[in-house]
Design a protein around this ligand. Structure first.
Ligand code: UFG
Length: 331
C-alpha cells in the first residue's frame, strides 16, 4: 500500500477527528483544515495522544479560495476528504443561505484546487438523507428523492457537482460516502461528539439524560409502522465509519463511486434506549411525544456494495456504540 498525504477538511469535528485517527493508524499523513466553528483545537492534540502521530493543522475556512490554495501550494497533497460543513437539519431550514453558501462553495473551492494541483482522489462526506423517503433498505442505485431540508439538498448538490467535475476531468476519482447514523466515540473516550447546546440527535441526547444534564428523553412518536412504533435507524459506530473512509481512499479507482456506510441493521429508538440502559447499567427516563416534523419511519442501508468493492463492513455493534458514547460523556 502507498502512504499518502491527505487533506482532511473538518478534521477537528466529530467524524473528521475519528477519520484522522484511522488514517494515521493506516500510515497516512494528515493535514487538517478546519475553522473550528463547531469543534475545538484541543481535539487536534487528542488525535496525537491517541495515535502518537501529529497532524498539520490550518485554522481556515474552506470557502476561502486563496487560503485553501495556499495549503495546496505548501503541501504535496495526494487526496482530499471533505467533511467541513454545517450539519444541523433544523437550523438549515432557518438559515438556508448560510447552508447553501458554506456547504456548496467549500465543495467547489476544493474541486477547483484538485484540478489546479493535480490531486486525483476526492472522498466526500455525504448522507443517507439524500435518499429522502425511499424504500428500505436504501441501495446506492435508488433514484434520489427530494429531501425535506436545505442541509440534505446541499449533500445531494455536492454529490452532483463532484460527479460532473469528475466527468469533465476523468483523472479525478471520486468516492461519495453516504453515512447512516454515526454514533459512539473513540474507545479511549478522548474524542467524541460534542454538540453545541441541547442535542438534536438521539445518542447525545440519551447520554445527557443519563448524565442528568437533561431530565428526560422525548421519543418522537410511537405510531410509525415499525417494530415498536418508534423510528428505526441504522446506527454506525464512528470508528467503523472512519475506517470506511480509509477503505474508500485505498480502493479508489477511476470514475465516481457511491457507497452506503452503515451496518445494514435497523434499531428503533426504544431498542437503543434499552441497550444503553443495559450496557451502562443506568436509567434513561423518557416520555413519548408527537412525531418530529420531517422524520421518516425507517432508514437503513444495503451495505453489500461497500463490502464487495471496498472489502469493508462495520465491526462494532450497538453495545459498543452505547458503551463508547457513555465513556466519552464521562471523560
Ligand atoms: N429521536 C427522538 N428523540 C430525540 C432525538 C431523536 O426520539 O431527542 C428519534 C428520531 O425521531 C429518529 C431517531 O431518534 O427516529 C434518530 O434521530 P436523529 O436526530 O439522531 O437522526 P436522524 O435520523 O433524524 O438524522 C441523522 C442526522 C442527519 C442525517 C441522517 C441520515 O442528524 O444529518 O441521520 O440518515 F442526514
Amino acid at each position: 500500500m502507498t502512504f499518502m498525504n491527505i487533506l482532511v477538511t473538518g478534521g477537528a469535528g466529530f467524524i473528521g477527528s475519528h477519520t484522522c485517527v484511522a488514517l494515521l493508524e493506516a500510515g497516512h499523513q494528515v493535514i487538517v483544515a478546519d475553522n473550528l466553528s463547531n469543534s475545538k483545537a484541543e481535539t487536534i492534540d487528542k488525535i496525537k495522544q491517541i495515535t502518537g502521530y501529529g497532524v498539520t493543522f490550518y485554522r481556515v475556512d474552506v470557502t476561502e479560495e486563496e487560503t485553501v490554495d495556499n495549503i495546496f501550494a505548501n503541501h504535496s497533497i495526494d487526496g482530499i476528504i471533505h467533511f467541513a460543513g454545517y450539519k444541523a437539519v433544523g437550523e438549515s431550514v432557518e438559515k438556508p443561505l448560510a447552508y447553501y453558501y458554506n456547504n456548496i462553495v467549500s465543495t467547489m473551492v476544493l474541486a477547483k484546487a484538485s484540478k489546479k494541483y493535480c490531486v486525483n482522489r476526492f472522498v466526500f462526506s455525504s448522507s443517507a438523507t439524500v435518499y429522502g423517503e425511499n424504500e428500505v433498505p436504501f441501495v446506492e442505485t435508488l433514484e434520489l428523492l427530494p429531501t425535506t431540508n436545505p442541509y440534505g439538498e446541499t449533500k445531494a448538490m455536492s454529490e452532483r457537482i463532484l460527479t460532473d467535475v469528475s466527468r469533465a476531468n476523468p483523472e479525478l476519482s471520486v468516492s461519495l460516502l453516504r453515512y447512516f447514523n454515526p454514533v459512539g466515540a473513540h474507545e479511549s473516550g478522548l474524542i467524541g461528539e460534542e454538540p453545541n447546546g441541547i442535542p438534536n440527535n438521539l445518542m447525545p441526547y440519551v447520554t445527557q439524560v443519563a448524565k442528568r444534564k437533561l431530565d428526560k428523553l422525548r421519543v418522537y412518536g410511537n405510531d410509525y409502522p415499525t417494530v415498536d412504533g418508534t423510528g428505526v435507524r441504522d446506527y454506525i459506530h464512528v470508528m467503523d465509519l472512519a475506517e470506511g473512509h480509509v477503505a474508500a481512499l485505498n480502493n479508489l479507482t477511476e470514475g465516481v463511486h457511491i457507497y452506503n456506510l452503515g451496518t445494514g441493521q435497523g434499531t428503533s429508538v426504544l431498542q437503543l434506549v434499552v441497550a444503553f440502559e443495559q450496557v451502562n447499567n443506568i436509567e434513561v427516563p423518557y416520555e413519548i411525544v408527537d412525531r418530529r416534523p420531517g422524520d421518516i419511519a425507517e432508514c437503513y442501508a444495503d451495505v453489500s456494495k461497500a463490502k464487495r468493492e471496498l472489502n469493508w463492513t462495520a465491526k462494532r455493534g450497538i453495545a459498543e456504540m452505547c458503551r463508547d458514547a457513555w465513556r466519552f460523556e464521562n471523560g
